[in-house]
Write a protein that binds this ligand. Structure first.
Ligand SMILES: Cc1cc2nc3c(=O)[nH]c(=O)nc-3n(C[C@H](O)[C@H](O)[C@H](O)COP(=O)(O)OP(=O)(O)OC[C@H]3O[C@@H](n4cnc5c(N)ncnc54)[C@H](O)[C@@H]3O)c2cc1C
Ligand code: SF4
Ligand code: SF4
Ligand code: SF4
Length: 594
């Protein structure tokens, strides 16, 4: 039977047939959403301040080259850091509180090994008239050269040795850092028009006065001498430093079957022991490492100690050397006393306290001492000071001499590659401020990341220019914590770790021990990263808004909200997995981003 359709207006006379856009529900709002990218804890913890989540985001879009470029904005040596950095970024990764930290270091290595980036593309090489001299080509000097080169300055790099790299070449063994990787990264830095001067020791081959024509000087000469074991070293014949040995391991003929005692509990001591095992094709029997620290206190990285033990190196802890027995210039043995080590957490000073107890006597043919490094006496220009064997400079590398800046191991602080790179970067920044007449302290505040010492040079240079990566406004000071991540949008998955060469294989060669992660595992790590504080254009805010009030610009992928209709319910803020959307009081204009 046919039913006639009633006239709807008779029933629902209150309904409007116009669209609801006419109802300006925005007037009900007391809070409104704002969209601001923030800082991740990993970025704050990385001494170099790399924008790690932004790189993960680019990689998630399949843009490996762009992801590498993000690393290169701050760090000229990603292939090196991707291998030997102590990765403090991972220690503070938010994902650690969910399951395990993201494998950031392996990601960095992957980008460096598989990405392509022409860093010359965006920078005005030699566009500025100023000339800068860099003394020392370790990671600090390389980083200062790179960043100054990118800022347009002409850089001359003076190096005492015959090759560039400092401890990257003459310290860290090739089974941890293949020289081909080092060469590749140095080549990229030099491509910025940096002029190297090798075999040139400043203060000897070249006088300080010869550098007067430069507009600024950056000193990064590192710590080139190993500390002596006893104040009066008995004989140079059977005792050598870890640094001398590692600079040229084959020179000392220690590949033969001799009893070697390595004194020290840090990474250098471990590197000496593992290099010796390789020189002896895996035979570790006569190699013993002795240190006063307990196993937990040893300053060497845990992974290094573990790998040394896998290579069958004997590690004796809690023993302090007391006396050397020798006859006719030949080493016979060394006496050790049981000892404990007290570390003052605040100052970092280490006190070795030997106990009166039973002396342990260890036979030995050679001793390799690796108990720390010191400055080689370096003639400094008048007015510069040295305190506790370090060049005196402030946190920006400024010295008492206006034109002279200093950084890296030579000025103290943490003696790690990433810290040396960070120091070179801040030196470049301070030199640039000095030459441009800017106040470095004020500038630094704008570009500081979180409340630590790292800062963003990308932010400083405003490289949001033509090929901008950092498009959205970003609050560098606001660090996203784990409780600000909406973990409902993530699922647990184990961290992927790289494979290694088997101990019995690796100790017969100097081949690289750690492999890189496979592409599939890198994909996993890319998706495991929360991208804390970086908008990934996931559209959650847009999808969850009940009032369809989130606006998205398709081209820029910037987000905003519809002022007329957003009621300020805050659902977008809750739905954002990575804390980009923040609710602020309607009248609050107090959100300034620079
Ligand atoms: C064996 C060993 C293993 C290490 N392993 C690691 C590791 O795994 N991870 C990590 O993070 N850190 C590691 N480090 C520490 C790291 O290598 C250093 O902290 C870092 O290299 C310091 O950088 P730098 O640029 O200040 O000095 P250096 O790397 O020492 O470079 C200084 C450069 O200055 C040159 N120079 C000195 N005097 C003059 C002069 N008068 N004129 C011209 N040139 C001069 C030197 O020849 C040298 O090339 C290791 C160090 C050693 C020794
Ligand atoms: S340089 Fe070190 S701290 Fe920085 S991202 Fe790389 S591994 Fe992490
Ligand atoms: S989850 Fe990603 S962005 Fe967040 S801290 Fe870890 S690595 Fe950094
Ligand atoms: S929900 Fe997604 S798209 Fe929206 S702001 Fe957050 S990260 Fe960006």
């Amino acid at each position: 039977m046919h039913r006639s359709i009633p006239n709807l207006q008779d029933f629902f006379s209150a309904i409007s047939f116009r669209d609801s856009l006419g109802f300006k529900t925005g007037s009900q709002r007391s809070e409104r959403p704002i969209f601001i990218n923030k800082t991740s804890p990993c970025r704050q913890a990385c001494p170099i301040g790399v924008d790690i989540p932004a790189a993960f985001h680019k990689a998630s879009e399949g843009k490996t080259d762009e992801a590498l470029k993000i690393f290169l904005q701050e760090n000229p040596l990603p292939g090196i850091c991707g291998r030997v950095c102590y990765h403090p970024c991972e220690g503070e990764c938010n994902r650690k509180q969910f399951d395990e930290s993201v494998n950031i270091r392996s990601f960095e290595r992957f980008l460096s090994d598989h990405g392509q980036a022409d860093i010359k593309e965006e920078v005005p090489i030699h566009s500025k008239r100023n000339r800068i001299a860099i003394i020392g080509s370790g990671p600090a000097g390389l980083s200062a050269s790179y960043h100054l080169g990118r800022l347009g300055y002409s850089v001359s790099l003076f190096e005492a040795r015959s090759e560039i790299g400092g401890m990257l070449r003459y310290g860290i063994p090739s089974y941890r850092l293949p020289r081909s990787i080092l060469d590749r990264e140095i080549e990229r830095i030099l491509s910025l028009g940096i002029e190297p001067h090798l075999n040139t020791t400043v203060g000897k081959d070249l006088a300080w006065e010869d550098l007067e024509s430069f507009d600024a000087v950056y000193l990064s000469t590192g710590l080139q001498s190993g500390k002596a074991l006893f104040e009066r070293e008995p004989s140079k014949g059977f005792i050598l430093t870890g640094l001398d040995f590692l600079a040229n391991p084959k020179r000392f003929g220690l590949g033969k079957k001799q009893k070697i005692l390595i004194i020290g509990g840090g990474n250098v001591a471990i590197d000496v022991a593992r290099t010796l095992v390789r020189l002896r094709s895996g035979k570790a029997k006569e190699i013993t490492l002795v240190c006063p620290e307990s196993r937990d206190q040893m300053p060497a990285l845990l992974e290094e100690i573990k790998e040394a033990l896998e290579e069958k190196i004997t590690i004796l802890t809690g023993l302090a050397p007391q006396r050397i027995h020798q006859e006719n210039g030949k080493l016979l043995s060394v006496d050790f006393l049981p000892a404990e080590v007290k570390i003052d957490e605040a100052s970092g000073t280490v006190k070795i306290i030997p106990f009166e107890g039973e002396i342990q006597n260890h036979l030995a043919d050679k001793i390799i001492v690796a108990i720390g490094q010191t400055m080689k006496s370096l003639p400094l220009p008048e007015g510069m000071a040295v305190k506790e064997e370090r060049v005196v400079a402030d946190r920006f590398g400024r010295t008492p001499l206006l034109k002279v800046f200093a950084g890296g191991d030579a000025t103290g602080g943490k003696a790690f590659v990433a810290d040396a790179i960070a120091s070179g970067k801040i030196g470049a920044f301070a030199i640039s401020c000095f030459l441009e007449g800017k106040d470095v302290e004020t500038e630094y505040q704008y570009h500081q990341i979180g409340d630590r010492s790292s800062f963003s040079l990308q932010h400083f240079t405003g490289s949001s220019g033509k090929n901008s990566i950092e498009k959205n406004s970003v609050d560098l000071k606001k660090v996203v914590t784990f409780d600000q991540i909406n973990t409902l949008f993530f699922f647990q998955s184990p961290r992927k770790n790289p494979d290694q060469l088997e101990p019995d294989k690796r100790t017969r060669t100097f081949e690289e021990v750690a492999h890189g992660l496979e592409a599939a595992s890198i994909e996993d790590e890319i998706s495991r990263c929360f991208k804390c504080g970086t908008c990934t254009d996931c559209k959650n805010c847009l999808d969850f808004c009940p009032d369809l009030s989130i606006l998205r610009d398709g081209e820029s992928r910037f987000y905003g909200f519809d002022e007329d209709h957003c009621k300020g319910c805050g659902i977008c803020s809750v739905a954002c997995p990575r804390d980009i959307v923040q609710m602020v009081m309607e009248k609050n204009e107090n959100v300034l981003i620079r």
